[in-house]
Design a protein around this ligand. Structure first.
Ligand SMILES: Cc1cc2nc3c(=O)[nH]c(=O)nc-3n(C[C@H](O)[C@H](O)[C@H](O)COP(=O)(O)OP(=O)(O)OC[C@H]3O[C@@H](n4cnc5c(N)ncnc54)[C@H](O)[C@@H]3O)c2cc1C
Length: 418
């Protein structure tokens, strides 16, 4: 069994197969699994990058029949049943599970791909942290940079990711950087959350939406609803109504599409490029091939499509693995049925919204604690859980954020040349 992608879906599939009489090869471009729900905390210096990632080989070190290969998959040779990996020998398969996830969608907005900062990978999160901290260092050296938007941070997209980033940025600036940069008028910093719809957190109830808007407002985030980004430049964002805002930081949290690999496979694709699947999750016209998670177009059983969420990816990954076992055992395939346990989003310290499948709605401290516990439970690796817990406790008690480092090649002091 070959699995493309070691994210939530791919790892769940491999875990389901690890004790069965099959050889499993997981392929991923990275040698680690990323816990995307906590990327925003890496981007806002709450957590270390290593806290939210886990080496794939470490996950299966005791499973002698699970293999890993680091490589970029470019396509599949359907006639030869081989996965084509960039610069490597093809990998033959009997069964294939495509779990390549999603990629950022800039919806063709001019300048967005060149000038905005997405938050989808671990590198994105570290790049955003470097950039935000770098803007403060630049403003400290040259305070006139503030007028040019150095301390204006625009987040586009009012879904859970945009809300989380905006809330955490406002907190970082107000509670941490204000003291760090005591020579700078940090009060001039702005966090602006832009959403083209009339509400934040569209999938949530109106009460939760209103709560999120109120809490963000109280924490200093300027929420602009019904506003559409028309163009992005290095130093400004222009809105559809012609308005312009000077900024050097535009965080793109406005949408995703299926990973580009979906297009390279030459299979049927639905909205957002997602791979069309049959009820058992097999890919149309390819009965030994399955697509799961964000890359797949999954039926919600009520004429809609399932959202691109970690739970959907994990459950569908497990289901596809079970269909492989059914085929081997000559049992009939079963349709995928998603068990919805609810959704949640955090807005900042002691503030979150949670809506459970039972209809229970939680806000505030209780929802925030539920959010913390759930994320700890699903985070891979005991070391990571302990590290995240210690970091959270430390941040909570001291308002001090350890990993506010400007790291990596290309991160240079203000004005310095190569
Ligand atoms: C910032 C952010 C916050 C989120 N917060 C939440 C949340 O709070 N709750 C929630 O339920 N969901 C959240 N999500 C969504 C959730 O993370 C996804 O639904 C989930 O990761 C999907 O799992 P997946 O296995 O389909 O894809 P992923 O987990 O994205 O895994 C895909 C894997 O495929 C690999 N890959 C892709 N293309 C190739 C290729 N060509 N060759 C080799 N490898 C490849 C990638 O490197 C990656 O490891 C969030 C997402 C983001 C970006």
């Amino acid at each position: 069994v070959v699995i493309i992608g070691a994210g939530f879906g791919g790892v769940a599939a491999a875990k389901r197969l690890e004790d069965e009489a099959v050889d499993v090869t997981l392929i991923d471009r990275n040698n680690y699994n990323t816990f995307q729900p906590l990327l925003y905390q890496v981007a806002t210096a709450g957590l270390n990058a290593a806290d939210v990632a886990y080496a794939v080989r470490g996950l299966f070190r005791r499973q002698r029949r699970v293999f890993f290969r680091q490589g970029v998959v470019r396509g599949v040779d359907w006639n030869r049943s081989e996965v084509l990996v960039d610069g490597q020998q093809p990998v033959p398969y009997d069964y294939l599970i495509v779990a390549a996830g999603a990629a950022v969608n800039f919806f063709g907005v001019p300048g967005a791909a060149e000038h905005s900062l997405p938050l989808y990978t671990l590198e994105d999160a570290v790049a955003l942290r470097n950039h935000v901290l770098g803007q403060f260092e630049a403003a400290e050296v040259d305070p006139t940079a503030v007028e040019q938007g150095a301390l204006t941070f625009v987040v586009v997209g009012g879904g859970p990711t945009g809300v989380e980033v905006a809330g955490a940025l406002a907190e970082l600036i107000d509670k941490v950087l204000r003291d760090d940069f005591h020579d700078l008028d940090v009060g001039r910093a702005r966090v602006v959350l832009v959403e083209q719809a009339g509400v934040l957190l569209a999938p949530f109830s109106p009460e939760s939406q209103e709560y999120a808007r109120r809490v963000l407002g109280a924490r200093g985030v300027e929420v602009r609803l019904g506003e559409q980004v028309a163009e992005v430049a290095a130093d400004a964002v222009t809105f559809a109504d012609g308005g312009r805002l000077a900024t050097r930081t535009l965080v793109w949290a406005a949408g995703v599409q299926a990973a580009p690999l979906a297009g390279a496979l030459e299979v049927d694709q639905a909205r957002g490029g997602r791979i069309v699947t049959e009820p058992d999750l097999s890919v149309r016209n390819h009965e030994r091939v399955f697509a799961v998670g964000d890359v797949a177009d999954l039926d919600d059983g009520a004429d809609g499509r399932l959202p691109q969420l970690a739970q959907v990816a994990m459950q569908s990954g497990r289901h596809a693995a079970e269909q492989v076992l059914n085929t081997i055992a000559r049992r009939p395939h079963t349709p995928f049925v998603y068990v919805d346990r609810g959704t949640m989003a955090t807005i900042g310290r002691r503030a979150a919204v949670a809506e459970l499948a039972t209809g229970t709605r939680l806000t505030g401290l209780v929802a925030w604690l539920a959010w913390l516990v759930l994320h700890l439970v699903y985070l891979l690796g005991v070391r990571n859980k302990v590290s995240v817990l210690v970091n959270w406790a430390w941040n909570y008690l001291t308002w001090d954020r350890g990993p506010r480092l400007i790291l990596g090649r290309g991160a240079r002091p203000p004005g310095a040349s190569e």
